[in-house]
Design a binder for this molecule. Structure first.
Ligand code: NDP
Ligand code: 13P
Length: 328
């Protein structure tokens, strides 16, 4: 199967960065955006100022408002918009095509992972999940980045990874779609929590304890959902967890910091906060944990803070007062 052309759905920070990475890998890329002036800007100035500032985009990236046939489809809209974005596409574009899912989140209401949404909307599509420590600005600027690309067929996944790999973008192939998706979604919940710990001034020791216990919790969730805990030792797990839990560049971490400083969710959103996927994913993750009978006190605590049922001090006191146990 030819893997020359790429269609990226979603001209935000991540869609544009992935378009840039694919172009640097030698692919011809069409970026589908919703705004005519954004089409003009990308095609004439080769920038996407709103999402990537002054970053110059590769000549092989062009934009349009219409989706056109391509060998590889990359979906790069927020997790809660994936179903609508897929629904707006001609199903023939997706049938028997590799569709790379790059959103990191679980769907409100259905509790679906991104690949479950895809298979619901386009049962003939071939799902792949891309995740890992990768800020859009870094990828677009050509700074070295490594990610995980998970798919069901090992040979086809390796071929797709090779088609997307460039001098500064290195996808590692995996066969654990579930583990990669859960890791990508949950790290945003923990990034909110780490931001909150830092915003509340609880100290670097608390934040590191949180990251370590988050890793253990994430492993329980991945295993309960049928993924492999080993996946978490890699880029999509440890790599992205540490990146987003320790970097002010992360929008989820920033949102958490504002919570830790005492702002409410409504106040943070009203102040113009950027997309923080963990806010929508946290209640979904809590519901999933409860339905699977997984012990997930950190997700539950974050849910309580986001819903306004508890403040940071109360949930931290509750976590510290849990019965002592052996480390697992
Ligand atoms: N930014 C990053 O560093 C990374 C982001 N991700 C993930 O990528 C996903 C997208 O994030 P990101 O690009 O940063 O978000 P942004 O907020 O930067 O951009 C979102 C984009 O999605 C578009 N969009 C929203 N709804 C729809 C829809 N229904 N149909 C078509 N397009 C739509 C928006 O269009 P419009 O501009 O017209 O509103 C916008 O272009 C998230 O799940 C995030 O976790 C993953 C790794 C890195
Ligand atoms: O997923 C990301 C980096 O890997 C981006 O994180 P934020 O969405 O928190 O900015």
């Amino acid at each position: 199967m030819s893997l020359d052309s790429v269609l990226v759905i979603g001209g935000g920070a991540w869609g544009t960065a992935l378009a840039q990475a694919a172009a640097m890998a030698g692919r011809t890329v069409r970026l589908v955006v919703r705004d005519a002036s954004q089409v003009d800007e990308i095609n004439t100035s080769h920038t996407n100022q709103r999402y990537l500032g002054e970053q110059i985009l590769h000549q092989a990236v062009s934009a349009s408002m219409q989706a056109t046939p391509a060998d590889i489809i990359i979906l790069a809209v927020p997790a809660q918009s994936s179903r609508a974005a897929l629904g707006a596409l001609n199903p023939a574009l997706l049938a028997h095509r590799p569709v790379v899912l790059s959103a990191k989140g679980l769907e409100t209401g259905t509790l679906d992972r991104q690949s479950e949404i895809l298979l619901d909307m386009a049962p003939d599509a071939i799902p792949y999940v891309l995740s890992g420590p990768s800020f859009a600005a870094d990828v677009a600027a050509g700074r070295p980045t490594a990610v995980t690309l998970a798919g069901d067929d090992a040979d086809q996944t390796s071929a797709l990874a090779a088609a997307l790999a460039g001098p500064s973008f290195r996808p590692y192939a995996s066969d654990d779609r579930i583990g990669v998706e859960i890791a990508g979604a949950l790290k945003n919940v923990y990034a909110l929590a780490c931001g909150a710990v830092d915003g509340a001034g609880l100290g670097a020791s608390a934040r590191s304890a949180l990251i370590a216990r988050a890793y253990a919790e994430m492993a329980r969730m991945v295993k309960a959902m049928g993924g492999s805990a080993t996946t978490l030792t890699g880029l999509a797990g440890l790599g992205d967890l540490t990146l987003t839990c320790t970097s002010v560049q992360s929008r989820n971490y920033q949102f958490g910091m504002a919570l830790g400083r005492g702002q409410t969710v409504a106040q943070i959103i009203a102040s113009g906060a950027k997309l923080a996927e963990g806010v929508a994913t946290t209640p979904v993750a809590d519901a999933l944990a409860k339905s699977l009978d997984v012990d997930a006190p950190l997700i539950a605590a974050m849910h309580a803070v986001l819903s306004g049922d508890a403040n940071i001090a109360t949930v931290v006191a509750g976590l510290m007062a849990r019965p002592l146990k052996r480390e697992d």
